[in-house]
Design a protein around this ligand. Sequence first.
Ligand code: ATP
Length: 248
Amino acid sequence: MENTETEKIIVIKDVYKKYKGRMALKGVSLSIRKGEIFGLLGPNGAGKSTLLSLLATIVPPSKGAITVQGLDLRKHKKKVREQIGYVPQDLALWEEFTVKDNFTFWSKLSKRKKSKEELYKLCEKVGLGDRWNDRVENLSGGMKRKLNIGIALIHEPSILIMDEPTVGIDIQSKFEINRYVKELAAEGTTIIYTTHDMSEITTICHRMGVLKEGRMDFIGTIEEAKYNAENEGWNIKNQEELIYHILK
Ligand SMILES: Nc1ncnc2c1ncn2[C@@H]1O[C@H](COP(=O)(O)OP(=O)(O)OP(=O)(O)O)[C@@H](O)[C@H]1O
């Protein structure tokens, strides 16, 4: 992947976020390229969800600038929003309705309304084709996560922001979600992904960023992280040791 200015679909420059006296982000800068899967790591309370909320235009930054495809997020909130799909940590589903009704409901609210056939295709793509007529309350945790992802993709965003999309689900669903994320990126969707799971970072992410107490402590590939650790005199034997070193 070339590192040209034009390829930088997201540019975050010296961003701060303050919540009632607490500084959650303290000067974060980061660029993300088109089609990249960028993993965001960090201990609890490091500011990962805050950074994602800023990108998803849910909360504004206190200071600093964010551009998405060259559009300043403060000035072009609506246009930026059209390009972003957000998969929140908490599920936003109507439990007592069917998968089909959930897709239809969110499609009606979307700028790019989809036909029933298109919604079904999307449902199949996220691996829920055979659950189209099932009530959400009868789905497994993994299936609900897939539905959450499907809903975030209705308006065909060029950027997908995923806040721990595989936390607490079965291994097969996790594998399927990871595979789908890779497919989406190969088709050109840019993905920002938070997880506490290092194996996910190593299998799906092109690069990662490590947030610590609101500051970006490291940005690079897993190989670079390992190289840095070894340069500091650490003998990294496995993934667990690397994650311990990265997060310490
Ligand atoms: N709405 C809010 N009001 C006040 N403080 C907040 C709010 N949201 C987050 N914070 C604080 O900002 C800091 C960063 O929180 P954030 O949720 O972004 O971290 P995180 O890295 O996503 O954590 P986790 O891994 O536990 O989800 C924390 O100290 C948190 O308590």
